[in-house]
Ligand binder design. Sequence first.
Ligand code: DX5
Ligand code: ZN
Length: 232
Amino acid sequence: MQQHSLTIAPSLLAADFACLADELARAEAAGADWHHVDVMDGHFVPNLSIGPPVVKSLARVAKKPLDVHLMIEEPGRWVRDYAEAGAHVLTFHLEACPTSVEVLSTIALIRELGVKKVGLSLNPDTPVERLGEFLSSLDLVLVMSVFPGFGGQSFMPEVLPKVHWLREQGFEGQIEMDGGLNAETLPLCAAAGADCLVAGSALYGPGDMKARLSAMRSAAERARSSAESSES
Ligand code: DX5
Ligand code: ZN
């Protein structure tokens, strides 16, 4: 398989919400590839974050793509708003859709709306095999490594076999991991075959974001190369 280049996406959930434009600029200056934008509705997850007007304002000032992670019920009802707000990647949760037909129609709608990449996410306790029937329609799979809802939780290594399974199925899209990623856990994700790595609390917060992001990128690159050489 042709490898995707590594994408590092700081999660804005850990940023200072009083100055989001500055926080986007800080992440860009630090070398971020995407901005990960967590949308929570207080129903699908027990937390509430931001909605379409904020995403639209972010899109106006961001110089890097917005990777919008919808942790909401009835995603099909809302994707138009997020597409129009400027999402570059639009990812919704498998658990938010009661039927396969609804998953497929939401994927089709996101494409029809002209969003560049369509992603589907799954919670740590959802079997990855449930994604099988959708893989050929997806650009990205987001494997959650914490239960969604809050930043700053501990990484769950037991989800790593899901990444291996996806690659064994021949999935050629991007595999993203989100939740508890830091300098120690992110190499595990890269070694397993994930190429899109989200980190909130490990990147935002006081201090030198650029140094932290560069260290994470090098650690992920190293883990990837050693996993490749042990395979061959
Ligand atoms: C969790 C969110 C994550 C969160 C990650 O529900 O989807 O994107 O911001 O935060 P950290 O990296 O602090 O676990
Ligand atoms: Zn997220």
